[in-house]
Design a protein around this ligand. Structure first.
Ligand code: SIN
Length: 522
């Protein structure tokens, strides 16, 4: 069956300015857009609304060496140690040195971070930081505060396409020249651009338990996989130790900043779970998540004991509201029931320090990208900082690259709207579509691609996935729900394959010690 694809008309005004399509409405994409808007025509495409992203949900703040006693070097050391030294050093150096510049820039633009009574920036402590270094805004609602502030800086000239899913990257002569989107009308449309930036976040919804926004379903990673763009470090999925856990379900994040303020992890008998571990409750996340998982596997329940946290409700307004919404009696018990869950993808689309991917014309920033900054396990509150730094660097690079492309001699190479023809062709019809139920996929991923892995389970999971042949499905022919599941299947296979290639445990990838009956080489 032939699909019609409408060539979309994007209004252009006056002289030819480079056209940039940004996919994703979180902090990375919006910050990049603020840096491009004066010299480029920016089109922001997002699958949900402007409010739906992981950035909006981020409770931890922004880790940044701005305290007089701190330094980029100290921040660098903590980032490398948390990342199990799998980090790309140049990316870490860029993060810790450019980070303070970008945060200062935000402050100069009017962003209000939380301050001490004396008016200085207030720095909070989080896991694996050797000193308080995390700035917050509106307490535990930093992500929403910063992202909304940055969205408020976007010019009116920016075209937003909300409720619009990118189903495919358009390529021509080994160059990304735009995207195929499906908007609210359901019709497929081609959008052409001089540069395409993926800022779609990670893949938390691959798992049963996650902190991620419901829209975060590995879409950018799947787009890259289908276009044969290089991915890297896919074995490294971060599991956050503390998600609110009630009757076997999770209801959002309980920020690590609460442990930074003195809370500790206990079981139903009040026994401290992390007491014997270096850095105790503020050990790196992978370490804490594994300890909690092991404790729970022995049949224990796990809680965050908040007795030592002063003014809990005042400092943790968002968490308090969530606890109240779920009628958790924390005021009486001083306990919050928690369990680990999927939080952040360290791996992703391989990008250089400017966000350039293996496909010319395509950039990737924020969580969907992997420039190596997070290593095998991200340091707490480094992700919003990376959104700012990677967004700013990519914007700089896009301006440089697209200015050459839009010079009169080369303009036709990338194609003008409605003129260029892409390599995009009709994919074979694959009827009927056989895909797993989302819940079944999430359960399989949680069981087999989770906090601890075995060769046996990974091979079994790949065999289970193979029956669906998700990589042969043409996304243009799938419903929105099927597309999400197909994308997550592609991501799951990439994680399993990358995990199998790991010879040893490292950071967030951990081999479980198998018992003698369990084959290691199935
Ligand atoms: C948290 O608040 O615990 C999460 C912060 C982060 O992921 O960096």
């Amino acid at each position: 069956m032939k699909q019609t694809i409408k060539k979309m008309s994007v209004s252009t005004s006056g002289s030819r300015r480079p056209r940039v399509i940004v996919v994703g409405a979180g902090l990375a994409g919006c910050y990049l857009a603020t840096r491009l808007q004066d010299c480029c025509q920016v089109i922001l495409v997002t699958k949900g609304t402007q409010q739906e992203s992981n950035s909006m949900l981020a409770q931890g703040g922004i880790a940044v060496a701005l305290d007089p006693g701190d330094s980029p070097q100290q921040h660098e050391q903590d980032t490398l140690a948390a990342g199990d030294h799998h980090n790309r050093k140049a990316a870490v150096a860029q993060l810790v040195t450019n980070g303070p510049v970008e945060v200062r820039r935000l402050i100069e633009a009017g962003m209000q971070f939380d301050r001490t009574a004396a008016g200085a920036l207030a720095f909070g402590l989080e896991g694996a930081h050797h000193r308080p270094r995390v700035v917050h805004a509106d307490g535990d609602q930093t992500g929403a505060a910063v992202t909304s502030f940055v969205q408020g800086q976007l010019a009116k000239t920016i075209q937003w396409h909300c409720q619009t899913t990118v189903v495919r990257l358009l390529t021509k002569q080994n160059r990304c020249i735009g995207v195929v989107v499906r908007g609210t009308s359901g019709q497929l449309q081609e959008l052409f651009a001089d540069a395409v930036v993926l800022a779609t976040g990670g893949l938390g919804n691959l798992y049963d338990f996650t902190t991620n926004d419901g829209t975060v379903t590995g879409d950018g990673l799947a787009l890259a996989l289908r276009a044969k763009v290089e991915l890297t470090d896919m074995a490294f999925v971060q599991f956050h130790p503390t998600l609110l856990s009630l009757q076997g379900k999770c209801y959002g994040l309980v920020t690590e900043a609460i442990r930074g303020a003195g809370a500790v992890l206990v079981d139903e008998q009040g026994t401290r779970i992390m007491a014997q571990v270096p850095q105790q409750d503020l050990a790196p996340r992978d370490v804490v998540a594994r300890h909690l998982a092991a404790w729970r596997a022995k049949g224990h329940q796990t809680y965050l004991d908040i007795r030592a946290v002063p003014d809990f409700e005042q400092h943790f307004i968002g968490v308090t509201a969530n606890l109240d919404a779920h009628q958790v009696p924390f005021r009486q018990t001083k306990l919050i029931p928690i369990q680990p869950g999927a939080h952040f993808m360290m791996g992703g689309i391989k990008a250089d320090l400017m966000g350039q991917t293996s496909l010319p014309g395509l950039w990737a920033i924020g969580e969907v990208a992997c420039n190596g900054v997070h290593g095998a396990n991200r340091l707490a509150s480094n992700s919003l900082l990376d959104c700012l730094v990677s967004g700013a660097k990519a914007a700089e690079n896009i301006i440089e690259v697209t200015c050459q492309l839009t010079s009169p001699t080369t303009e036709n190479v990338t194609g003008s709207i409605g003129v260029a023809t892409a390599d995009f062709a009709e994919a074979p019809q694959t009827e009927p579509v056989k895909l797993p139920e989302l819940a079944a996929l999430q359960h399989q991923a949680w069981t087999n691609l989770g906090i601890e892995r075995t060769h046996h389970q990974l091979h079994g999971f790949l065999r289970w996935l193979a029956q669906f042949d998700a990589d042969t499905l043409a996304p243009e022919k799938l419903t929105a729900d099927q597309n999400v599941i197909a994308n997550l299947c592609l991501c799951a296979a990439a994680i399993a394959q990358a995990a199998l290639a790991q010879s040893k445990s490292l950071g967030a990838h951990h081999w479980r010690e198998v018992d003698k009956n369990e084959s290691c080489a199935s």
